[in-house]
Design a protein. Structure first.
Length: 183
């Protein structure tokens, strides 16, 4: 699981606070002060999750969410929002955000939300990978099963011919009859 986080907020103090808390909690953090800066950082580095402020000048958190979903679909995205923005946070989740974090921040809640979002994204990635490999395995085993059925059919035909030949040897008067029946 990728524990690298990108924190995006137009307030540098908020970025530094989250970076300090989450670094102490075991995450590797980078910050960006705008949506455009975040996209530049995302082009250069892989992140397990992005934590973005909802209300930023220029590119909003919702706009950033849409761009991240296009270019980094396996990256978890958490929206940071104030109490008055709950409806927008719910809208963000409808548009693909994994969770939202309430301001003012509570360290335990932030760490729990980030950890849960990373785990969910990791499990979704594993499930997608499993589905892909499952289709390959089903295709491979179907081919093996068809080959085995053809082999069984061939053995069945050979067995019937051998039984017919044995009957021919035993009773010369009816020679060829079992072979004609087998055909």
């Amino acid at each position: 699981m990728n524990n690298n986080l990108l924190i995006v907020d137009d307030e540098a103090a908020v970025c530094l606070l989250l970076q300090e808390w989450l670094t102490e909690a075991g995450f590797a953090c980078q910050t960006a002060l705008s949506g455009n800066e975040a996209l530049e950082v995302l082009r250069k580095h892989e992140f397990g999750a992005v934590i973005s402020d909802l209300s930023m000048p220029g590119m909003s958190g919702l706009d950033l969410l849409a761009r991240v979903r296009e270019t980094h679909p396996h990256t978890a995205f958490l929206m940071a929002t104030g109490v008055g923005d709950i409806r927008l946070a719910v809208e963000a989740m409808k548009q693909g955000a994994d969770d939202y974090i309430m301001k003012p921040f509570q360290l335990d809640a932030v760490v729990a939300n980030v950890t849960r979002a990373l785990e969910v994204r990791h499990l979704e990635f594993e499930l997608e990978n499993y589905r892909t490999h499952l289709e390959d395995m089903v295709h491979e085993r179907t081919g093996k099963l068809q080959a085995a059925l053809e082999h069984i059919s061939q053995i069945y035909d050979e067995t019937l011919e051998a039984l017919g030949a044995a009957l021919d040897l035993k009773d010369g008067d009816t020679a060829g009859y079992p072979r004609r029946v087998t055909r």
